[in-house]
Design a protein around this ligand. Structure first.
Ligand code: ASP
Length: 453
C-alpha cells in the first residue's frame, strides 16, 4: 500500500487535478492521497495558503477581507467549473470559510491556524468529490475523527505519539482516502498547523502510521538534483540517496521536501519517492535507508549564504574545562542557534545564520565573551557561504577532501573554514559569499563533470 502526497502546484487547476487522478488510479496500491491547498498556477499567482493568511490578518485588524474571500472562493470555483464537479461543494466551502472567519479571535495565532488549515481541508473535499464524479470510490477523511493529534503550538505543531495507533485504523476503510495535509488537532480539539510546506509531514506521518510500503511525494520537478540548477545548468539527477544524505543536503538550500518530513518515514524505514506530477514517467528520486555506494564519493552539493562566524581565541583554551559550554550559553541567552563549531587548540569559531543578529547584539556578545571568558580576541566575520559536499561513499573513498580542496584552489577560492561532519557523510567548506558560485562550480566539475555518466 502506498501513501501519495500531491503538492500545491499539482493541484492548482482542473488540468492539474486530471493528472493527479490519472496517477492515482493507474496504481491500485495508491490508497491514501494527501493533498496540499491549491498552489500557484503561474509565477505571479498567489497560493491559497497565502491568501488565507492575508484574509485572517485582515479580520484580526477588524477589516472586511472581501477581496481575499472572493479570490479564495473563485480559486475553488474555477477548478470545480473546469471539471464539472457538482456545485454543492462550492457552497460547502463558502460556508466553511465564512464560519471559520467568524470564529473566536481571542488568540490571534490560533485563529490564523484555523483559517490557514482550511486551504487543505476544503481542497481534500473538492478532490474527493472529483474522484467520485469520475466513478471511483473516494472519501474525504477528517483528521480530527481519524485521530491526527498534534501539540498546540500555532504554526509549528508536532505530531503526538498516540496519533500513530489511531491512524492505523484507516487501513480498514475501503476506497481511496483523501486526507488534507498541513494540520492536525490538539487533544482539546483545536486546529493547529505544521510549519509552512507541512503537507509533506502529514504524508510521512500517515505512511508511518499505516505501515505503508512506500511514501510517494509528487511535486513539480523530475528529481532531486545533485546541485542547485540555478548554479549549474542541467545538473545530474539523483536517482537514489539515503535519509542521512537528504538531511545534510536539505540543510543548505535543498528544499524539495520539508525538513521534518523525513523523520516519520525514516523511523519506519519507509522509502520516500519524489516524483513529478507533470512527468510521472520520469524516474524521480528515491530516499532510502541504505544504498549501493558504487557511484562515487559525492551524491550532491548544497550551498547557502547568509552565515557569519564568531571567532574566539584565548591562550591555553584547550586546558580550560567548560569554556565551550560557557560560550554557547552566552549565545543561548541571546536566543541564537548555531550551525557548526570548528575549533583549534587555542581558538574556536561558532558559525551562525546572520539573520539572527544585529549590530547592537554583536557588540553585547563580544563584550560578554571578553569579560566573562577573558578571551584574548573576539571578532565577527560576515557574509560567509557554506558549501556542503555530501555522500555516504566518502567513508570508503580516500582523498575526497583533497580532491575538493584542490578544485577550490584551482578556482582561486580561499577556504575560510573546513568541517568534516562527524558522521562522515558530509564535508563543509566556509567561503566568502562572493566566491560561493565559483566554489560550487569547481566542486561540481571535479566530482560530476569529470565522471562519465
Ligand atoms: N499549503 C501549505 C503551505 O503553503 C502547506 C503545503 O503546501 O505543504 O505552506
Amino acid at each position: 500500500m502506498k501513501v501519495v502526497k500531491f503538492g500545491g502546484s499539482s493541484l492548482a487547476s482542473g488540468k492539474q487535478l486530471e493528472k493527479v487522478f490519472e496517477i492515482v488510479v493507474s496504481d491500485p496500491e495508491r490508497k491514501v492521497v494527501v493533498v496540499s491547498a491549491p498552489g500557484k498556477r503561474y509565477p505571479e499567482d498567489i497560493k491559497v495558503t497565502d491568501l488565507l493568511i492575508e484574509c485572517a490578518k485582515k479580520c484580526l485588524e477588524q477589516e472586511e477581507p472581501k477581496d481575499q474571500f472572493n479570490a479564495l472562493i473563485e480559486r475553488y470555483a474555477a477548478i470545480a467549473d473546469e471539471l464539472a464537479i457538482p456545485a454543492e461543494i462550492i457552497s460547502e466551502i463558502y460556508n466553511d470559510l465564512s464560519s471559520r472567519l467568524n470564529s473566536d479571535k481571542s488568540n490571534p495565532d490560533r485563529f490564523i491556524d484555523l483559517v490557514k488549515a482550511s486551504g487543505e481541508d476544503n481542497n481534500a473535499k473538492l478532490v474527493a468529490a472529483y474522484f467520485r464524479k469520475k466513478g471511483i470510490e473516494a472519501a474525504y477523511v477528517d483528521p480530527k475523527e481519524a485521530g491526527l493529534y498534534v501539540t498546540d503550538e500555532p504554526g509549528n505543531a508536532q505530531v503526538l505519539p498516540e496519533a500513530y495507533e489511531q491512524l492505523y485504523t484507516l487501513r480498514e476503510r475501503s476506497g481511496i482516502l483523501v486526507f488534507p495535509g498541513f494540520f492536525g488537532y490538539s487533544k482539546k480539539g483545536e486546529v493547529f498547523t505544521f510549519s509552512r510546506s507541512g503537507s509533506d509531514i502529514t504524508g510521512s506521518i500517515l505512511a508511518n502510521a499505516l505501515k505503508a510500503d512506500l511514501y510517494e511525494n509528487f511535486t513539480d520537478v523530475d528529481a532531486v538534483y545533485s546541485v542547485n540548477p540555478s548554479i549549474i545548468e542541467r545538473p545530474k539527477e539523483i536517482k537514489e540517496l539515503t535519509y542521512r544524505e537528504m538531511r545534510e543536503l536539505s540543510y543548505a538550500g535543498f528544499s524539495v521536501l520539508h525538513d521534518e518530513a523525513l523523520v516519520p518515514a525514516f523511523r519506519a524505514g519507509i522509502p520516500v519517492h519524489i516524483k513529478n506530477t507533470n512527468n510521472p514517467q520520469a524516474h524521480g528520486t528515491r530516499i532510502v535507508s541504505d544504498r549501493d555506494n558504487t557511484n562515487g564519493p559525492v551524491v550532491g552539493i548544497a550551498s547557502d549564504e547568509g552565515f557569519c562566524s564568531i571567532y574566539v581565541s584565548k591562550y591555553l583554551m584547550n586546558r580550560e574545562v567548560g569554556f565551550g559550554r560557557k560560550l554557547l550559553s552566552i549565545l543561548e541567552d541571546f536566543g541564537l542557534s548555531y550551525e557548526h563549531t570548528p575549533s583549534g587548540i587555542d581558538d574556536l569559531s561558532v558559525i551562525l545564520r546572520e539573520n539572527q543578529l544585529n549590530a547592537q547584539k554583536e557588540v553585547e556578545i563580544i563584550n560578554r565573551i571578553k569579560t566573562e571568558l577573558h578571551a584574548d580576541e573576539v571578532k565577527f566575520e560576515h557574509s560567509l557561504a557554506l558549501i556542503m559536499v555530501v555522500g555516504e561513499g566518502m567513508r570508503h573513498n580516500i582523498g575526497t577532501m583533497a580532491r575538493a580542496s584542490k578544485a577550490l584552489a584551482k578556482a582561486k577560492v580561499n577556504i575560510e573554514m573546513i568541517n568534516q561532519g562527524s558522521s562522515e557523510v558530509s564535508m563543509m567548506f566556509g567561503v566568502k559569499e562572493v566566491d560561493e558560485i565559483r566554489a560550487v562550480q569547481a566542486i561540481y566539475d571535479e566530482f560530476f563533470a569529470a565522471v562519465p555518466v
